[in-house]
Structures are given as C-alpha cells and as structure tokens.
Design a protein around this ligand. Sequence first.
Ligand code: KIV
Ligand code: ZN
Length: 524
Amino acid sequence: MSAEHSGNSINSRKIIVLDTTLRDGEQVPGAKLNMRQKLEVAQQLKRLNVDIIEAGFPASSLGDFQAVQQIVESVGDSVSITALARAVRSDIDSVYESIKLAQSPLIHIVLGTSNVHVEKKFNRSKDAIMQMGVDAVKYARTLLPHVQYSTEDASRSEFEYLWKTIEAVVKAGATMINVPDTVGYAVPEEFGDLIRRIKDRLKNLNDKVVLSVHCHNDLGMATANTLSAVRNGADKVECTINGLGERAGNASLEEVVMGIKVRENFYNCHTDIVTKELLRSSKLVSLLTGLDVQVNKAITGDNAFAHSSGIHQDGLLKDKNVYEIMSAEEIGGDSMELILTARSGRHAFKNAVEKMGFEPGEGDDFEQLFKQFLALADAKKEVYDHDVFYLLTKHRDIPAADRQLFELDSFQAISNNKFPTATVQLRRGEETFTGTAVGDGPIDALYGVLKTLTGMDVELKDYKINSLSRGTEAVGRVSIRIEHQGKIYSGRAMDTDIIKASAQAFLNGINAAVLDEQPAMKQG
Ligand code: KIV
Ligand code: ZN
C-alpha cells in the first residue's frame, strides 16, 4: 500500500497514458526491434493497460509501416493506437493506412513552433508554418475523428506564437494538443506554469480538447517536468518504458505512474496502469533492446527495493513504512524466482516465459519450445531467466525454416603475444564459410574473421563482456555500425565461454542488420 494512497481513485482525475517506447524509444541507436519483438512489447503494453500506444513512424520505412499495421492487428481491438506524421499529406496518409483498422485510431502530427525550428529548420515565415499545421489537421480530420497536434520544441517557443498555433489547430479540428519539451530544456516550475497558462486558455476555447505533455530527459528532469505538468492541469502524459528515447530519453513511464500513485493525494489524480506489470515491462524492454536498466534506477532498478545498511534493515524489521514508500509487490516485484530444472514441467516453464513478458505460444509452437527447454535443462541442470530469454529469441527470431541469418558452427581463438589468431566456421542456409584472421588480440582476430566471412562493412563501436551475478556465465554486448546503411545495431549473447559469447553477440548484431534489410524476414 502506498504511503499516501487514498484508495479513492474513482473521484480523482484520470490521467491518460500514452506509451511511445515503440516510436520515440525505438529511435535510440542500437535499440531497433524486429517485428516479432515489437509485437511482444505491444502485448505487454496491453497487459500494462496503457491507454494509447504510439506504434511507430510509418512514413519512415516499409518495415515501420508494416510493424504499425501488425501492432494494430495484434492489440488494436482494445488499445488506442497512434503513429507519427510530419505535417504533410503523404505522412498523414501513411499513418491513416497503417492504423485505420484499430478500434480507436489517432493521427499524431508534429510541427515545430520555436523560432529556431521555424527559421532554421524550415526557413519559412511563422504564418506559413502555422498554415501548414492547420492544413495538415484539416486534412487528417477528413480521415479520422481523433487528431493530436504536437507543437515541437514548445518549451523554447514564444508563448503568444505557441498559443496562436494551438488556437488555430484546435479551430481546424485537433482533438489533442501535445506540448513537448523536445530538447529537455524545461525546468519543473517553468514547465508547470506553461501548462497552466495553456490550460486556462484552452478551457475557454474548447474544454473537450485533451492537453498532453511529452518531456525529454536531457537535464534529468523529464519525470519532474511531466509531474509538474500534471499538477498544473495536463490530462495526458507521454512516456516510455525505462525512459528510452532520443538522446537522454523520455520521461520514464514507471516513474511517472508511481509518482502519481504514491503521491495521489498531492496530485489528486490517477492512471489506469496495472502497476503490477511495471517490472515485467521494464525487464522485457531491457532484454529485447539489450539496453540495461541501471541498478539504482527508480522503481525498476535491481536495487530499487534492496536495503543494505544495518540501520535500515533494523528499521524495516520493526515496520516496513520506516524506509519504504511503496512495496516491490506493487510493481510486480519480489515474487519468488523459481529455478527451473528438467523436472519443472510445462506449467512452471510457461509461467517463467510469461513472467518475462513473452507469449508462450500454443500447440505445436509451445511444444517445440518446451522440447528445447528440456534439452537445455538436461545440459545445464538449472535454467535461469537469461537462459529462457536466449531460448525464446532463438526459437522466435530465427525460425527454423528461415536460414538467411548467420549461425556460428565452430570457432577457435588463440591468445599469444605474437600472432593472436581466430578461426571460425559460419553457416548460412546450406552454405558454410570458413576463415582465419590474425589480430591485436583474440577478440580482434575473431571480429576480423567474422567481418570477412559475413562480407559486412562493419565498424565495432563498443564491446563489453561482463560476468553475470549468478552462475558462471558471461554476457557479451556489442554495438556495431553498418557502414552502407549508416545505422547502429546492438547484439547480445550469453555463454559460459567468453569467446563464444563475444562471437555470438557480434553475429547477433550482424543478423539484426540483415533482418533490417529484409523486412519480410522480420515477421518470423
Ligand atoms: O520530442 C518530441 O518533440 C517528439 C514529438 C514527435 C512529440 O517526439
Ligand atoms: Zn520526443
């Protein structure tokens, strides 16, 4: 129970939660998700009970367009779906075509209002830009009844021009106004003031229009700015799981939601988020993107509910409220971690898969997965969450019938002070490729031979190998840039052998790039 929970949320104001993990969050270098992974996240967002999912930016690529369509098919019957468009007809058409079958589709249009955006980005007059926004909204309203207009860089805009734009687009038919702190420049008092001023005028103009905020975390204030906006009248918040997003990220959904819940009497409002799903959502997004959650991250970090000092432990034993303002159970934590073995059976295995936020599948699909689990459990004796994750990603992302991805057949890496050498055999479909390279060290040699064998123009941006806190496994992580695509991908792999974990992580990064080039394969 929260320290200040009134238990009377029915009387308080409901705050609409839009999750943009699959749009703003997915823009993060290396966080690209394939189709299957996006659907896993969308399913989890449904369990979390978010009001609106921003599913992508369909005009950006065919892959993005198809992903939005599939998300609509998968969860659009019960969650409102939106996708982003610039203020041009072709973008709005792409959004409309990709979301139109959702039960409650929303077109999201973005256009800048700050001087730097109007003058430097568009090199046009303020009136011309405002007209562009008005025309875009009018056109979108011919397609759908719900249209959100985002005044990009609102926090650095001249207030009277910002308001003139809001007034014009509302008159043109916008049903939601989103006020973004695009570059994370705002501070809570100032941002709260801005929202209060807009809210006061908006109430007189059209009190049905929803006022929304979208804050970035460049100064570490995205959550504080979002909550200050809520306090000052915002009806809707835009957030991402784990605070993923451009640069320093967006306001973290778990922080904003628990801020509102724990301090409900202060904010006098509530969300409909199922908070018991927060930890599971955070873990799933972290596993799928390969981006770790810092251990001391509020709400979902490993240490968020760990008490280490003797004084604190003593206090807690006397009464939990001495040092806890919320309980781990409220966010879905503290459930016993069951160690899976070959004797665990289908029920326990299914439970572990679901606990990680994945769909266990049904019929043959599940039986095949379970068979692979039994083989792994026989080999390893104890199976942990990360093993289940590895099993699932192998089973789901690399369908047996689909052999276009590179697989590691065999490898050898030799460390010495003269000629560190690596020899690798890869498989792709029916073909095998074998090669040897010498490098500055065994990993350099290994990555050299992998680059040659895959024929990919790869630059290694980052490489990490860490031991896991439990067991003897190591996790390898790489970030690579594929030169001809100009894109960054991340790869991650676990193994008891650090050379194998390193090789597999590199290969997983390359396979992510291969998948990205062939959207049809992403559907797995
Ligand atoms: O940060 C931003 O301004 C955005 C808009 C598209 C809302 O992401
Ligand atoms: Zn943003």
